[in-house]
Design a protein around this ligand. Structure first.
Ligand code: CA
Length: 581
């Protein structure tokens, strides 16, 4: 009996070796991803979003020996921004790339196993470059969302399409770039398009078939669905929106979500209300610029925290809500933290959404003077809200104000990381402000729906980007690293007391997690705006990151864009390990 089992095992191993097929990814493996070190099967290195690898082979002592193993080119004459986070399973890396492409790569050799290119129609409307942030794995399939707002399931072994579903009408401005999330056999997605007056939503589909389970629009007045039938209305129609403005209210859920098995809640951020001109929609404009806690079984909203009510600065509240245990006054609070576009670092009780603290993580937050912890609302400075063009002249310039942060945010999409060892968050922040003014606007399908103009400006001569270690207990900045160009890449922490992040200047850099001392850097040949990862295989700890400059800064950065115009494009993924390991 023993020998039969043994031969069966050897036979399957041979088949696996020949085809590089991975074993089916289970829901249990997905839930355990933060603790497992030999694979990466979720965006965020665990649905909690901590981006922490417990591995410690690479440390401040050993990192001098960290060298490239291979680099893989995404090829093509079109490159643009590479913002993806690789996944790793059974010796295969799955990494997405610009223009809605996905690659499967043999980790040992860097050989391509397959490539999938989405055929994108003319007329797609991504606001902020043709990027993609990553894939999801479940069963025998690998999934990603494409710029024409489709969700694609591929056979992980061959890259062949299994199913393909529409997330929204790309002709109305819907697109998709976030990594999907799998929660107990359902695939959870959001949508992009807040600059075109779309209606943000969160949806769950059967991961096997792609059939819709529930849909939850995030703008008050719209109906949700469950199993093909209408369920509940989101909020109360016209409670926080005037007239029919809710019909094109924005709130794009464009950055994906996190999930907490302990409370069984999905956390999704929502973007700016549309249009940007806030005088056209007096009211809180729920549930824009918020963190939403959603029941993964029904799509019902369990609580919300709105970080910028009646947003007038494009302070999308989409930033990732990272789950952690807050140790305070001898108690452990089930908490979550979010470094918001609006410049505040929020700590919430994740069981009920109660605001525990709001601390600035950038030097200037001139739109508001702090938050009231009792009401959870900002103390808005009315003079720094761009004015009403109805009162200040037709060209709108009379309504202009200078305000910080700029609309690209104290932090934008790029995910921060948490280290359970140091109990610190590491926030990729930027220091900039903007002139912003309002203009008249009416909704037109497929056209930009802003009603605002703007110019982004640096605040300081010597730096824009700042990687900041934040203590969630005190809201204090423990250390910072200043970077000349704006930071636009994700962060990784490791059990080896390291923090990794990339720079537009081309470097993947590593810092001592406790002191902030820069201990290693490597130039990848183009700007690094992807999210680094780490895993172990055959006794070695690996680090990987995508390289390729692009994203929103060169497109929308105003005076900052001029400062980074000479950075070269690229498109590759780099893999590192210690020499000799
Ligand atoms: Ca926006």
């Amino acid at each position: 009996m023993k020998s039969i089992l043994r031969s069966v095992t050897i036979a399957s191993a041979l088949v696996l070796g020949a085809t590089m097929a991975h074993a089916a990814v289970t829901d249990a493996e997905i839930m355990d991803d933060a603790a497992s070190t030999n694979q990466i099967v979720t965006y965020g290195l665990g649905h909690q979003g901590q981006r922490h690898s417990p591995l410690s082979q690479i440390s401040p002592d050993t990192i001098k020996d960290l060298v490239p193993v291979w680099s893989f080119s995404f090829g093509g004459e079109k490159q643009r921004g590479q913002q993806s986070q690789p996944l790793v399973k059974d010796g295969v890396m799955y990494v997405t790339a610009s223009y809605s492409r996905m690659f499967a790569i043999d980790i040992k050799t860097g050989d391509e196993l397959w490539q999938y290119d989405a055929r994108l129609p003319d007329g797609i409307m991504p606001c902020c470059d043709v990027i993609n942030r990553g894939a999801a794995l479940w069963g025998d399939m690998v999934y990603f969302a494409t710029l024409d707002a489709k969700l694609v399931a591929l056979d992980a072994k061959t890259g062949k399409v299994v199913w393909r579903k529409e997330l929204g009408d790309y002709k109305a401005g819907y697109s998709a770039t976030a990594a999907p999330m799998i929660v107990n056999g359902k695939i959870i997605t959001g949508v992009s398009g807040g600059e075109f007056g779309i209606v943000g939503k969160v949806e769950a589909r059967d991961a096997k078939t792609g059939e819709m389970v529930w849909s939850r629009p995030v703008i008050e007045g719209h109906m949700g669905t469950l199993n093909g039938k209408e369920t509940t209305m989101t909020g109360v129609k016209n409670a926080s929106w005037p007239g029919d403005m809710w019909q094109h209210g924005g709130g794009a859920t464009w950055n994906g979500g996190t999930y907490d098995p302990e409370t069984n809640l999905i956390f999704m951020g929502t973007g700016n209300p549309a249009p940007w001109n806030s005088h056209l929609r007096p009211g809180d404009n729920l549930y824009t610029t918020s963190t939403l806690a959603i029941d993964p079984d029904t799509g019902e909203i369990k609580w919300h925290f709105q970080s910028t009510p009646n947003d007038g600065w494009d302070f999308d509240g989409v930033n990732e809500f990272v789950l952690f245990d807050l140790k305070k006054d001898g108690k452990i609070i089930k908490a979550g933290a979010k470094a918001d576009r609006n410049g505040y670092f929020f700590v919430l009780d994740r069981t009920n959404g109660k605001l525990l603290s709001a601390s600035p993580f950038v030097t200037k937050t001139t739109w508001a003077d702090g938050f009231d912890l009792k009401t959870g609302r900002p103390n808005v400075i009315p003079a720094n809200r761009p004015g009403n063009p109805a009162n200040t002249g037709a060209d709108g310039k009379g309504s202009s104000v200078f305000v910080a942060p700029a609309f690209l945010g104290g932090k934008n999409w790029m995910p921060m990381a948490y280290s359970p060892a140091t109990e610190l968050f590491y926030v990729p922040a930027n220091e900039w402000g903007m002139d912003i003014w309002n203009e008249a606007i009416t909704y037109k399908k497929g056209a930009a729906y802003l009603g605002a103009g703007f110019t982004i400006k640096p605040l300081y001569d010597d730096y824009i980007g700042a990687l900041r270690a934040m203590d969630p207990k005190t809201g204090k900045i423990v250390w910072e690293y200043k970077n000349p160009a704006p930071l636009w890449g994700g962060v990784l922490t490791t059990g080896g007391n390291l923090v990794f992040t990339g720079t537009p200047e081309g470097y993947l850099k590593a810092f001592d997690a406790k002191t902030g001392e820069e201990v290693w850097k490597f130039n990848t040949g183009s700007g690094v705006i992807g999210s680094p990862v780490s895993w172990e295989q055959d006794g070695a700890q690996y680090i990987a990151v995508s390289s390729g400059w692009g994203g929103a800064v060169p497109l929308w950065g105003g005076e900052v864009a001029k400062a980074v115009k000479d950075i070269n494009q690229g498109g590759s993924v780099w893999v590192f390990k210690l020499h000799g390991k």
